[in-house]
Design a protein around this ligand. Structure first.
Ligand code: HEC
Length: 465
């Protein structure tokens, strides 16, 4: 609007328009100076990718929280729950971490207002940009992205619903936001190098399903969000649907963790009937390693695709699962009983997928997501590559030109989405079809971009999970 107004003034008013233009220029440089003074990185990444036009839709609109801190927060601001021993007192740790995540995000009124990180004057939690594009991109009511299919009986033996799907939104605290801001400080030249999250980083994610809550006993007293999602997992058309809360994920950069990160998981249990429904997310368990020595059997006896009961594997040393069947609804967990949530693959685990986070992506998040003839047999050496232990900031493909995203799959995805978009834009330039090619618009391309162009990454290689 402003631009059109100024342009029409320039045309009609001649000299005075020049004065206007000069004013505009100085306004801009003032704005830039003000931006340099701001304590946050100032970019304007798209908030979301899917919502009906403003003429048709007048409801809640999601805003991306993207005023990333410019400086690393001091150690004194690390969350208090880091003082709890996560191995000895795993449950206290998980409950205190949950309270920390809820403190600024659960407001106590309408649940639709919760987890709206950008509304505050000084946001304390942040989103990763560049999740808006592609068929799984962010919807515009709560910022949910499309995650994974839900097979019949995955959530409970009584669940017959076909075509079910998971949607989710994740937020990073200010320690994590600082790193997102470093990677995405320049919108035309993201910096994928030396990505390491500082101790104190907390990332949490809430997951929602469109499987009817009436089919899953643990989803009684459901918490629902309205969202603009695909009609079913295979569909591409978007509709408004009531989505039911089922899971919460947690990642913490903890100094005492042997590999730098602690993963936690919570599952909705409506039987708890807490007045604050978010508190019905009960601890499933905690993980600080992949248990590379537990390779037993094809299935190990603890892999559990249809969760009639929860099968806990006593041989695991780096996963603890909640032993209380009254609190934890029957759940399938991950491969051989490693930690995973109800939304996740029963032949995988949190850290197994997350340690593959790299840019550009060089390996799939799971050995299963490869051509059938390349999938290693379960428990074999090839399979166990996905169940090794990698330290924070270490590359999964150490022999390839790629940068570690330090367990952040959203950062990996954001860079992948960006480069794909950029590459697609280049494809439409005629010069690419002639010999002048490589750098047709004469811009400075990043090293990653060069790597990517010589070895294109498959579309959606790291999604779905
Ligand atoms: C099959 C692979 C897979 C498994 C298993 C998995 N995740 Fe993820 N996770 C992903 C992908 C892909 C993303 C990024 C896209 C998104 O947010 O959906 C992600 C995103 C996240 C995020 C947002 C931060 C980030 O990485 O950008 C958190 C937090 C998270 N997962 C925690 C967990 C926890 C905790 C578990 C285990 C209970 C888990 N994940 C299991 C694939 C997986």
């Amino acid at each position: 609007m402003t631009i059109n107004f100024r342009v029409s003034l320039t045309c009609c008013l001649g000299l005075s328009a020049l004065v206007m233009a000069a004013a505009t220029l100085s306004e801009r440089s003032n704005a830039r100076a003000a931006q340099d003074d701001q304590p946050y990185v100032n970019q304007h990444y798209p908030d979301f990718g899917f919502l009906p036009s403003p003429l048709e839709y007048k409801g809640r609109v999601f805003t991306l929280s993207q005023h990333y801190p410019k400086t690393e927060p001091p150690a004194s601001e690390r969350p208090d729950f880091l003082k709890i021993d996560f191995q000895k007192n795993w449950r206290d740790y998980l409950l205190a971490a949950q309270d920390y995540c809820f403190k600024d995000n659960v407001l106590g009124g309408d649940v639709a207002d919760d987890f709206d990180a950008a509304i505050k004057d000084q946001p304390t939690w942040f989103h990763v940009p560049w999740q808006h594009c592609g068929p799984n991109g962010r919807e515009g009511v709560h910022g949910l992205t499309k995650e994974a299919p839900v097979a019949p009986q995955q959530l409970a033996i009584s669940q017959s619903h076909q075509g079910g799907q998971m949607y989710a939104v994740a937020i990073y605290n200010h320690f994590g936001g600082y790193v997102i801001g470093k990677v995405w400080a320049d919108k035309d030249k993201p910096n994928a190098h030396d990505v390491r999250f500082p101790v104190g980083t907390v990332v949490m994610k809430v997951l929602f399903t469109d499987v009817p809550s009436t089919e899953v006993p643990s989803l009684e007293n459901p918490l629902k969000w309205n969202a603009y999602v695909t009609e079913n997992y295979l569909a591409t058309n978007r509709v408004f649907k009531e989505m039911t809360l089922i899971q919460m994920d947690l990642m913490v950069r903890d100094e005492r963790a042997p590999h730098g990160w602690v993963f936690g998981n919570y599952q909705y249990n409506g039987k708890m009937n807490n007045a604050n429904k978010w508190k019905n997310l009960v601890p499933v368990g905690i993980q600080w390693g992949n248990d590379p020595d537990v390779t037993d059997g094809t299935w190990g006896g603890y892999t559990n695709p249809i969760p009639v009961v929860t099968r806990r594997n006593p041989h695991l040393k780096e996963t603890i699962i909640n032993p209380d069947d009254n609190e934890l609804p029957p759940t399938h967990l991950g491969w051989n009983g490693r930690l995973n949530g109800p939304a996740d693959n029963y032949l995988s685990s949190c850290m197994s997928c997350h340690m593959t986070a790299q840019s550009p992506t060089k390996s799939p998040i799971s050995p299963l997501f490869q051509p059938a003839d390349k999938v290693p047999s379960v428990g074999s050496t090839g399979w166990m590559r996905w169940f090794q232990n990698l330290n924070y900031g270490e590359r999964f493909d150490a022999d390839k030109p790629t940068s570690s995203m330090d367990y952040s799959l959203q950062l990996a995805l954001s860079l992948q989405n960006y480069y794909q978009w950029k590459d697609a834009a280049h494809r439409t330039i005629a010069a690419r079809y002639r010999d002048e090619q490589l750098n047709p618009v004469g811009e400075d391309v990043t090293e990653d971009y060069e790597i990517l162009r010589s070895q294109p990454v498959e579309l959606n290689q790291i999604n779905p999970r």
